[in-house]
Design a protein around this ligand. Structure first.
Ligand code: GLA
Length: 414
């Protein structure tokens, strides 16, 4: 298990906190440090890097949650942005879509960067977003032809991805305004997000009362606890669609990130990205991340599955299966910053999406354009199209039962 680096001892904004590479150092004379400061301040500003606040200050600091207005929807509904910080991790969350607008983490020198792709303003999220940072429901991933049969009744969902229904339909949970309540607990600080999806919304049976807790723990983990109850039998598969780039959003592609996944099988898909039903071994395929490899290592292999997804856009079958407690399933390390993220989950599947459909048509939070492969998603979930795949773990939720799912993101830098 990796841990956070020991906190640097330099004061925020002091000359010693700036070096040519923006790192933190206490070496050199006062005069040489001043020269370095003068010579680099312009360069840092040009590179879009603010003077590095020392991690010493922030590692133990707990801030917020603090609320500020983030704009209004066309119908006048107010959208808030919540800012919180704990254990050295900083998070900004919108009431619209439960969107993680920013996730800031220190690198090995204590320099912070926003490692999640997104937009600077509400209008961009509303106009057209490929689910940047959003909560996904009622059903994360695809349902073939948007149709499924439950207890003898067939339900039709909106078709919004080729012939299929994706991420809950054209107005899924990513486009709803959630009720947000802040909390502080011995575990950390966080937000409780609530949304009640009406009976029949987006074609799904039953009303669904959904609660999602985002917690920043004392050690800087970002934990997501999902819970839902239904008024009639229905299907549920909630997830989070954060696009990560551990070098910082807008800094280029993620192909050098090293990824390790505890998954010996994956669910191959057809040309519409619907699982064939097979659980195929990852051995000798580009989907084998068991020993760890660069995300880009095999992305250009002439493998039929990569052609379907324009890269990797596949559900990995996690070896641990469904667990009551979150178990570690993924580790990603970005070599230049030293930032590492580990993911632990209770879920049986993980959609690894290598940002294939980003095509240079969005300018992100810091104003840089996102191109193919500039971010990746690791969406903890049940398998795609489970309502039509009797051999997959069930996604049916019945009245009286509670859907529960937990995913923990832990961060380190070294
Ligand atoms: C999911 C899907 C991808 C793509 C992205 C959004 O991760 O699996 O195919 O639709 O969302 O662009």
């Amino acid at each position: 298990m990796t841990t956070r680096p020991s906190a640097p001892t330099t004061a925020p904004g002091s000359a010693a906190s700036l070096t040519a590479d923006g790192g933190t150092t206490a070496r050199g004379t006062a005069a040489s440090r001043r020269t370095v400061l003068a010579a680099t301040a312009g360069g840092l500003a040009a590179a879009g890097l603010a003077a590095a606040p020392a991690a010493a200050d922030s590692a133990g600091r707990t801030r917020g949650p603090v609320r500020e207005p983030f704009g209004r929807l066309a119908d006048g509904t107010r959208v808030d942005r919540w800012t919180l910080e704990c254990g050295g991790t900083r998070l900004k969350v919108l009431s619209y879509g439960g969107i993680v607008q920013s996730l800031e983490l220190p690198d090995r020198h204590g320099r912070y960067a926003n490692v999640s792709l997104g937009f600077a303003d509400l209008d961009s999220y509303v106009a057209d977003s490929p689910y940047f940072g959003a909560l996904i429901g009622r059903y994360g991933n695809r349902i073939a032809e948007g149709r499924f049969t439950l207890d003898g009744t067939t339900y039709q969902l909106p078709i919004n991805d080729g012939d299929h229904s994706l991420h809950g339909g054209d107005r899924g949970f990513d486009k709803r305004v959630w009720d947000v309540e802040p909390f502080t607990s011995p575990a950390g600080v966080g937000l409780t997000l609530r949304y009640v999806s009406g009976d029949g919304e987006m074609g799904y049976p039953g009303a669904l009362a959904t609660r999602v807790d985002y917690t920043l723990t004392r050690r800087g983990d970002w934990r997501i606890d999902y819970a839902a109850t239904a008024s009639a039998p229905t299907v549920v598969n909630l997830t989070s669609h954060v696009y990560f780039n551990l070098a910082g959003e807008g800094s280029g592609d993620i192909y050098d990130h090293r990824l390790r996944l505890a998954a010996s099988r994956y669910t191959p898909v057809d040309a519409g990205l619907i699982p064939t039903g097979e659980l195929a071994p990852v051995a000798r395929t580009p989907f084998d991340f068991r020993r760890g490899k660069s995300v880009g290592a095999d992305l250009r292999e002439n493998h039929e599955q990569l052609l379907y997804g324009k890269g990797i856009d596949h559900n990995l079958v996690l070896d641990k299966g469904i667990t009551r407690a979150p178990k570690r399933v993924a580790t990603v390390r970005e070599p230049s910053s030293g930032r590492t993220m580990t993911i632990a989950t209770t879920e049986p599947g993980l959609q690894f999406y290598s940002g294939n459909f980003l095509d240079g048509s969005f300018a992100g939070t810091s104003g840089r354009v996102y191109r193919q492969g500039d971010g990746f998603c690791l969406e903890t979930q049940h398998f795609p199209d489970s309502p039509n795949q009797p051999s997959f773990p069930s996604t049916v939720l019945r009245p009286g039962d509670t859907y529960r799912s937990t995913t923990v993101h832990s961060f380190a830098a070294a």
